[in-house]
Design a protein around this ligand. Structure first.
Ligand code: GUN
Ligand code: ZN
Length: 437
């Protein structure tokens, strides 16, 4: 049993904002046993408790390439990313994993969906370090049987194909790690994207993931050059989303990064499958990929989450990602870049500021992210019975006028001015994973 006296800011399970300047949190057996406001006379908490943040899309082996500037998606992958992922083995992979998980926790992230590289041994090291980190992680070895950077493959497997080995190794990793570390680790079949995979590999990956109750993660509709190439490679598919749909890769445990250039038909496909669109605004800006039509995704009732997409996103800081999401959506709204519901609402006189606000961005990084990763019930909130996944931040780092007078102001100050530098301690299942208790 642990008691924390602090300020508290969270959405509840119905996404209503809760803010108590003076609160007491009681943690027991890895869960929040009690969360309650202290009386008016109580001194406001010096630290503010918020739910642990959920990064629903990032790439561990790419971490050293953060801020490697220049180039759009396809040339950037070739120039900066594939050479780096090719190194993800041995002690290097282990040390990089350790650093990456420590930094996730230091940024207030308690759960993440993580791509590894094509190498099984690097993936093993990442899972071992992931187990040690105490974080909740959905991870998978990247699957590529086209255009792979593993140029030693033929030497190592003279009689076998890439798809066959990729499936076997993914299966072995899934058998060992899916549900390990008291359920904190889960496996994601990770076909990189349609351009890296044959139809046969995608089909088999979809079937295996379903059979084993594992996640699927991949990229969808990120850059225009990518989409044109997918059209060339899969001429019989109606659209990009259908390439995955026909391969059996879509479903409620599927995380689809980006979805910037989706048609209405594709959004309907995504919605019908229950797959999650993971919005990655800092990555989309960094690689000049585009601005996701978030109002259209919402209008189609698609499930949504938020991702840093490190290293295409330059930072693991989800407060920064939330802020950039809000800014990009508002600017796109003001410039009437969206074709559907948002533009119609804006021409009826709704303000561009309504396209996305701090509370909705925060919801994406907490409650919606937690549901996307199928975390235990209540995760993403600080409500009784929820897992004790939480972050203590110091508002003095970003708010010269703290404490904020109300929840709306507290949340806006956090999202528009907060950063990882305010994070003091990060807990998962009641256990300190970073910082000081
Ligand atoms: N599409 C395929 N692979 C990648 C990747 O590593 N990063 C991003 N942003 N998009 C991709
Ligand atoms: Zn990515």
């Amino acid at each position: 049993m642990k008691t924390l006296d602090c300020a508290l800011l969270t959405l509840d399970r119905r996404e209503r904002l809760v803010y108590w300047p003076a609160a007491r949190l009681t943690l027991d057996k890895g869960r929040i046993a009690q969360a309650r406001p202290l009386g008016r006379k109580a001194r406001p908490g010096a630290l503010l408790a918020i739910p642990g943040l959920v990064d629903a899309h990032c790439h561990l082996p790419q971490y050293p390439a953060v801020a490697a500037d220049g180039g759009e998606l396809l040339p950037w992958l070739k120039k900066h990313i594939f050479p780096l992922e090719r190194r993800f083995k041995g002690s290097y992979a282990r040390e990089l994993s350790r650093l990456f998980f420590k930094d996730l926790a230091a940024h207030g992230t308690t759960a993440a969906a993580v791509y590894l590289s094509v190498y099984k041994e690097g993936a093993e090291a990442a899972f071992e370090e992931g187990a040690r980190s105490g974080l909740r992680l959905v991870m998978g070895k990247v699957m590529m049987d086209r255009g792979s950077y593993d140029d030693a493959f033929a030497r190592k497997h003279p009689r076998r194909g890439r798809a066959e080995v990729s499936l076997q190794e993914s299966g072995e990793l899934c058998a060992r790690w899916n549900g390990a570390a008291e359920g904190r680790l889960r496996y994601a079949y990770t076909p990189r994207f349609a351009l890296s995979c044959s139809r046969e590999l995608m089909r088999a990956a979809g079937a295996e993931a379903a059979r084993r109750g594992a996640f699927v993660q991949t990229h969808l509709s990120e850059s225009r050059a990518e989409i044109a190439a997918v059209r060339r490679d899969f001429p019989e598919a109606r659209n990009y989303a259908d390439v995955y749909g026909e391969a059996g890769l879509l479903g409620p445990r599927t995380l689809l990064a980006h979805g910037i250039w989706l048609s209405d038909a594709e959004r309907r496909t995504v919605k019908a499958s229950g797959s999650v669109l993971v919005h990655c605004p800092t990555s989309n800006a960094f690689l000049s990929s585009g601005v996701m039509d978030l109002p259209a995704a919402r209008g189609a009732d698609c499930r949504l989450a938020l991702g840093s997409d490190v290293a295409a996103g330059p930072s693991l800081d989800l407060l920064e990602v939330m802020r950039q999401a809000v800014f990009a959506q508002r600017l796109a709204g003001a410039h009437k870049l969206f074709s559907g519901a948002a533009d119609r609402a804006l021409s009826r006189g709704s303000a561009a500021s309504e396209v996305l606000g701090a509370a909705k961005a925060f919801a994406l990084a907490t409650v919606h992210g937690a549901r996307a990763l199928d975390l235990p019930v209540g995760a993403g909130t600080l409500t009784p019975g929820a897992p004790a996944d939480l972050v203590l931040v110091d508002p003095a780092e970003y708010d010269p006028f703290a404490p904020a007078p109300d929840g709306t102001a507290a949340l806006a100050r956090l999202v528009f001015r907060g950063s990882r530098h305010a994070v003091r301690a990060t807990f998962v299942a009641g256990k300190l994973v970073w910082g000081k208790a």
